[in-house]
Write a protein that binds this ligand. Structure first.
Ligand SMILES: Cc1ncc(COP(=O)(O)O)c(C=O)c1O
Length: 283
């Protein structure tokens, strides 16, 4: 009997990531520039690398709180407040994760029961559907078109929402299309979420790479803060893809539930990667 037959049906249902395979092939070829993965075209700025070295030198090499270093959570909520005027409690409403990737997986696993449906505008980041399937949920692709500049519309969502829909998973600015959603259109989406009592997972990892207009944080829209799990991280805006630091912000119930999974699986994000923050402390 093949060992593959013993795998979980959820794992069997998910195809391997084509883009990661392409990345691995390109990484081994000389003279090839890979445009396949979301990798900034410069390396992590020197002051971050230097302070990480300093942190390592000082011996910041241990586990942190499961929620992540409090200093980092404080900086994160301060930044979100400064940028979008949304307030979070760094002690109960912020979780530092191993990239947005882990935060996404935790959010989905914390929310879904088998068969729950998740509306996902497409084209979208490769992990969205896979994470939903792996969690026993049902991804429901919502097609977007070039004519609409790949922006999701309430009209499209209305066609696909059912009594089993629990979550709307959006990612703007979008990978791979680059689409951004004007505030007015996001507000309509927020009203839709409220109408059907949906939870919104908003992956805003490319927020700082908005080149036209200003980014609207979904959680900043009326009545959306507690209904939204806001995901962001350091990979793209700070050119820190390999450091694997992300975060989730939401109401205390969602964050505690995500932390429950995180504390038994990942434990915490890696402290040496973020020890640059500890430079503020006396040695
Ligand atoms: C839209 C989107 N979300 C999440 C991720 C994963 O980010 P991280 O490096 O923080 O895990 C990526 C990476 O390319 C992405 O494009």
């Amino acid at each position: 009997m093949s060992w593959a037959n013993r795998l979980s049906p959820a794992v069997k249902a998910v195809p391997p990531s084509g883009i990661r395979r392409f990345f691995d092939i390109a990484a081994e070829m000389k003279g090839v520039i890979s445009l396949g993965v979301g990798e900034p075209d410069f390396i992590t700025p020197w002051h971050i690398r230097e302070s990480c070295m300093h942190g390592l030198h000082k011996g910041y090499t241990s586990y942190t709180s499961n929620y992540g270093l409090l200093e980092l959570r404080e900086e994160i909520v301060r930044t979100i407040y400064n940028n979008y005027q949304v307030t979070y409690d760094p002690r109960t409403e912020a979780l530092v994760t191993v990239g947005v990737s882990e935060a996404l997986d935790l959010a989905i696993r914390a929310l879904l029961s088998p068969g729950d449906e998740v509306l996902i505008p497409e084209p979208c980041y490769v992990s969205y559907k896979a994470c939903v399937t792996l969690a026993g949920g049902q991804p429901v692709p919502v097609p977007t078109t070039m004519e609409d500049e790949f922006r999701v519309t309430v009209e499209q969502l209305e066609k696909l929402v059912t009594p089993r829909t629990k979550v709307l998973l959006i990612g703007y600015p979008n990978n791979p299309t680059g689409a951004i959603m004007p505030k007015q259109e996001l507000t309509a989406i927020a009203q839709f979420a409220k109408k059907y009592d949906l939870i919104v997972i908003s992956d805003e990892i490319y927020a700082d790479l908005t080149y036209e207009g200003t980014h609207t944080c979904f959680a900043s829209l009326p009545e959306m803060r507690d209904r939204t799990i806001l995901l962001n991280g350091f990979s793209k805006a700070y050119a820190m893809t390999g450091w694997r630091i992300g975060y989730a912000l939401s109401n205390p119930d969602f964050i505690a539930a995500m932390n429950k999974i995180h504390q038994y699986t990942m434990l915490c994000a890696q402290e040496p990667s973020i020890s640059f923050l500890l430079l503020k402390k006396p040695a």
